[in-house]
Design a protein around this ligand. Sequence first.
Ligand code: G2I
Length: 443
Amino acid sequence: MNHARALRAAVTIAVTGVLAAGMAMTLSTAASAGTTLGASAAEKGRYFGAAVATGKLSDNTYVTVLNREFNSVVAENEMKWDATEPQQGRFSYTGGDRLVSHARANGMSVRGHTLLWHGQQPGWAQGMSGSALRSAAINHVTQVATHFRGQIYAWDVVNEAFADGGGGGRRDSNLQRTGNDWIEAAFRAARAADPGAKLCYNDYNTDGINAKSTGVYNMVRDFTSRGVPIDCVGFQSHLGTTIPGDYQANLQRFADLGVDVQITELDVMTGGNQANIYGTVTRACLAVSRCTGITVWGVRDCDSWRGSDNALLFDCGGNKKAAYTSVLNALNAGGTTPSPTTPPPGPGGCSASVSLNSWTGGFVATVTVTAGSSGTNGWTVSMTLPGGASVTNTWSATASGSTGAVRFTNVDYNGRLGAGQVTEFGFQGNGSGAGLTPTCSAS
Ligand code: G2I
């Protein structure tokens, strides 16, 4: 029996992990002030993204600003239900795929928006109800999340399901009428389809402590207490000329529930306060250790759904506005802003291989994870154990399940890998580990 050897391997790997964590710390403290939104946010362990209309990827000014300033993107419309399933069961991923490949080519992570929403439903879904709609909706979640598996940092699984006004309850919609549990059913389906993606609930008018945000808060608390898979909450932050005084406190109370928070659709009405409000939002995110990034809802003022509000960071010519400088200064201010507990990933795949050390009745598997060309910020390795085999002990990864189909997810210090970089984890098992075939998915 090879217990001592297994232990030695575990110690070696643990030491490697500590070294890796130490190196990451050295890198982040040695960093200097960035000159673009993406670089400056990355120095704080966060991303800075923009909503993209893929039709504009042929506009030179647009693409120049996008590629220079942002390290994350979200599709403004192309991953919505009407775009991805225009006819029931017929899926169309042209726009979404185009955005993902632009992101991969430029080292950007991708937010997915959105799997289920009362808005922008295809006509066929608008006309459905009851159990037929429920199964069509869950099928939609499964198909779309499966198609983009491994490419999406965080999915807005459900968008805007809470009502405005004082009640703090759900919005009426055809989806809501299928039963109050439609949201958790969607989250479970999304987790099954893409275990590597963070799963978010996303809404607007939740940017301070109010009845609507408290309704969402209560749902998230309920989900986390019952093990419904939710990882993050998106705060759209379509703001007017003021910002709630408890903006940061509101982010913090969600983070304290054990989920990440993200600013997902930021834009701010023009006027004297615009630059200040942008700065305040940025500082709030940096002050909340689980705020993993900020996305603005468009690149230039003229790209914005808000028309004459001039709500974004660049003017129509692609020039930086005062609001831009305010954000950049806020990102660069202070040296001690804590990084998010879970670093934001870039896109890209990974591969895994296993080497076995077996004895009668047991084995140690050492798994090597290799990042693809875009690197990873998180990975999940799945494999099916032979009948009778079970995992008894895991190191440098977190196992879910111990028999049959088992998933191993990175721990804090070994999820982030550069292109081609390698890390190892291991586990000990009873029974035989013969023929293990691992598959890797990166986020
Ligand atoms: O309304 C602002 C945002 C609020 N939160 C959810 C987001 O998904 C939403 O985005 C906006 C897009 O920025 C618009 O571009 O969602 C709108 C629809 O609810 C989008 O507008 C639609 C137009 O209504 C359609 O007529 C048009 O065909 O954009 C479509 C594609 O250009």
